[in-house]
Design a protein around this ligand. Structure first.
Ligand code: SAM
Length: 263
């Protein structure tokens, strides 16, 4: 199905559609409007209507499966190759394979890539992937040398998919269902959270880690939380990701300052 939105609403529409079609969508420019074509299961149409209101919704043409495959291209971030199962990773490169058929985050989104870039520069230790979706960041953390790695998500389906991603990659990740705003979270040296800004801020307020890699918001946004200071930022295609260090008394965050600064 395709959603047509005015160009000046494109950024917001992308962010909203990403929630419903985290495996990705195509964009086609059409005059003053932008068409966002997403491949959704049946109930997706109702959700898109509920979210976008008066926008036009139409079925996409046959043959979308091939276009969808062509759309899912591998990316490189933090020295890791992230790609779909049908693409062979380059020899000698550490790979994170994500099946976009059921994925909640394939790795290609700028926020995910930016998180991997920032994780790659941190001192290794234990890691909590908060809002793991497909588990792409948890597996990337394992590949980068973090250990142990725990991944949590609110959605039972995401928990199932993240477990499948860990199995597919033979990566040791413990995946649990948890609401990062309410449930008890395991202590970790680093928490990575690519979620919407309000949830990121709620998580920081109770973070089990003193170093946080956060994303899920645009370049002109960012978490504003007392007790945390920004140590680094990556901006990619209008999205941002940050390394935040807890500056609370007794913080051990100062020990983890390999984070490089970005312009
Ligand atoms: C944008 S996806 C990110 C997925 C993946 N980490 C990535 O980078 O591609 C955000 C995920 O956070 C989860 N989420 C949102 N609010 C949450 C909460 N309060 N507790 C746990 N997970 C949450 C969603 O279910 C979704 O899977």
């Amino acid at each position: 199905m395709a959603v047509r939105v005015p160009r000046d609403e494109a950024e917001l529409a992308r962010a909203r559609l990403l929630e419903l079609a985290p495996a990705g969508f195509e964009e086609v420019e059409a005059g003053d409007t932008l068409e966002l074509a997403a491949y959704l299961e049946e109930q997706g149409e109702d959700l898109v209507r509920a979210l976008f209101g008066q926008v036009s919704v139409s079925s996409v043409e046959p043959g979308w499966e091939d276009r969808w495959r062509a759309f899912h291209r591998p990316v490189v971030a933090g020295g890791l190759w992230l790609g779909p199962p049908w693409e062979p990773p380059p020899a000698g490169m550490s790979a994170v394979v994500v099946d976009p058929g059921r994925a909640f985050g394939t790795g290609a989104h700028p926020t995910t890539r930016a998180c991997v870039e920032l994780l790659a520069d941190l001192e290794r230790g234990s890691c909590l992937d908060a809002g793991c979706g497909s588990g792409v960041l948890a597996v990337a953390a394992v590949r980068l040398g973090f250990e142990p790695v725990v991944a949590v998500d609110l959605e039972p389906e995401a928990v199932e998919v993240a477990r499948a991603t860990a199995r597919l990659n033979r990566a040791r990740v413990e995946v649990r269902r948890a609401d990062v705003l309410r449930d008890e979270l395991p202590p970790a040296d680093v928490v990575v959270a690519n979620i919407e800004l309000a949830v990121v801020e709620g998580l920081l307020a109770r973070s089990p880690a003193r170093v946080a890699v956060t994303s899920g918001y645009l370049s002109d946004e960012g978490p504003r939380m007392p007790g945390w200071e920004r140590a680094a930022r990556v901006e990619l295609e209008g999205w941002a990701a940050d390394v935040l260090l807890a500056d609370r008394a007794g913080s051990t965050a100062g020990g983890n300052r390999r984070a490089r600064s970005f312009p």
